[in-house]
Design a binder for this molecule. Structure first.
Ligand code: MTE
Ligand code: MO
Length: 327
């Protein structure tokens, strides 16, 4: 098993993000970072690093009590698209923005398997034609104690699951990311962090919750590759690592599926991973977060809310469960 213990490191111990992002932008502008020779296919993805992808049509988020909208300040696109976790491209926060354009996202199919009446492969275009896009302005809180507010574009995962008709045996939903080492330099090296492909999972009722989104865009446009193009999960009440990127496989199961971070370090990462300031990570506190953009002069440090502030929508899913045990 080629695993190497280099798990999540709280970024507060490294560099404040805004300074970091600006430094990268400066280095890029000054031509100080090695640019990959872009093929014609990679060109759009490469441009999307800076500007975002193609404009999309969607129903704008409207304020209400459903958690679909927040009036908090949105994180600028430049921070959300340049300060990322996508270990398939490396463990550094800028690695995804630097290298994810090497991933080909066309054509793209999602395989749906397991406990469903209608298993099979779906083309992304068919998925997009079938499920109208909605905007959801969500907080996303990383386990490393930073957070962002992002306007996502997507459709509820529930719509897709209903379409494939879960059987009565289905209790969990397992997800897998693309694993294509030629295009994902972080998965090529010996001594990798994770046993690829990246895997995540939800209980079926969590997957069916109206907040759970399959996102194909952000800030009005298709997703940049580094944010999980062409389709990713967004589960706003859980730590960011549950929001698996670039999904190619969905499997409904009877048993709780293994997940990448739990397999990597079960003491530090559980299956549920609900945002919870009352349960510290073994190596750092989860009581506060730094809302991006954050710098040493304005750290933007705020208290973390249980379920990332979505308790009204999801607390009932965990009634009677000891969330310190099921972390
Ligand atoms: N396939 C895959 N998905 C992933 C990750 C990853 O390394 N690989 N990182 C996760 C983590 S730790 C976080 S915080 C979010 C970050 O999403 P963002 O970069 O779009 O903000 O993606 C999650 N999804
Ligand atoms: Mo994360």
């Amino acid at each position: 098993m080629k695993r190497f213990n280099a798990p999540h490191i709280p970024s507060s111990e490294i560099t404040p993000e805004s300074i970091y992002v600006r430094r990268r932008q400066f280095m890029k502008a000054a031509g100080l970072l090695g640019g990959a020779a872009a093929t014609s296919l990679a060109f759009d993805a490469s441009a999307a690093v800076k500007t975002g992808g193609k404009p999309l049509q969607f129903t704008p988020a409207s304020p209400g009590a459903n958690g679909f909208h927040t009036s908090e300040d949105q994180t600028p696109f430049s921070d959300a698209s340049q300060y990322c976790n996508f270990y398939e491209f490396g463990t550094g926060k800028s690695d995804p923005a630097d290298y994810a354009h090497e991933m080909r996202t066309e054509p793209w199919t999602i395989e749906i398997a397991g406990e469903v009446a209608r298993p099979g492969k779906l083309n992304l275009e068919d998925v997009l034609a079938k499920f109208p896009l909605e905007e959801r302005i969500y907080r996303l809180r990383c386990v490393e104690a930073w957070s962002m507010v992002i306007p996502w574009l997507g459709f509820p995962l529930a719509a897709l699951l209903q379409h494939v008709e879960p059987t009565s045996k289905a209790k969990y939903v397992a997800f897998e990311t693309l694993h294509r080492p030629k295009e994902m330099r972080g998965t090529r090296s010996f001594g990798s962090t994770i046993d690829w492909p990246y895997r995540e999972g939800l209980r079926l009722d969590e997957a069916m919750n109206p907040l759970t989104l399959m996102a194909v865009g952000m800030y009005g446009k298709t997703l940049p590759n580094q944010n999980g193009a062409p389709i990713r999960l967004v589960v706003p009440w859980k730590y960011g690592f549950k929001s698996i990127k670039s999904v190619v496989r969905i499997r409904l199961t009877e048993e709780q599926p293994p997940t990448s971070w739990q397999a990597q370090n079960p003491r530090e990462y559980g299956f549920y991973s609900n945002v919870n300031p009352e349960v510290d990570h073994p190596r750092w506190s989860q009581k506060h977060e730094r809302r991006l953009p954050s710098s040493i002069f304005s750290p933007n440090r705020i208290p973390t809310a249980k379920f990332n502030g979505y308790g009204e929508q999801v607390a009932q899913l965990y009634q009677g469960m000891d969330l310190a045990k099921y972390y």
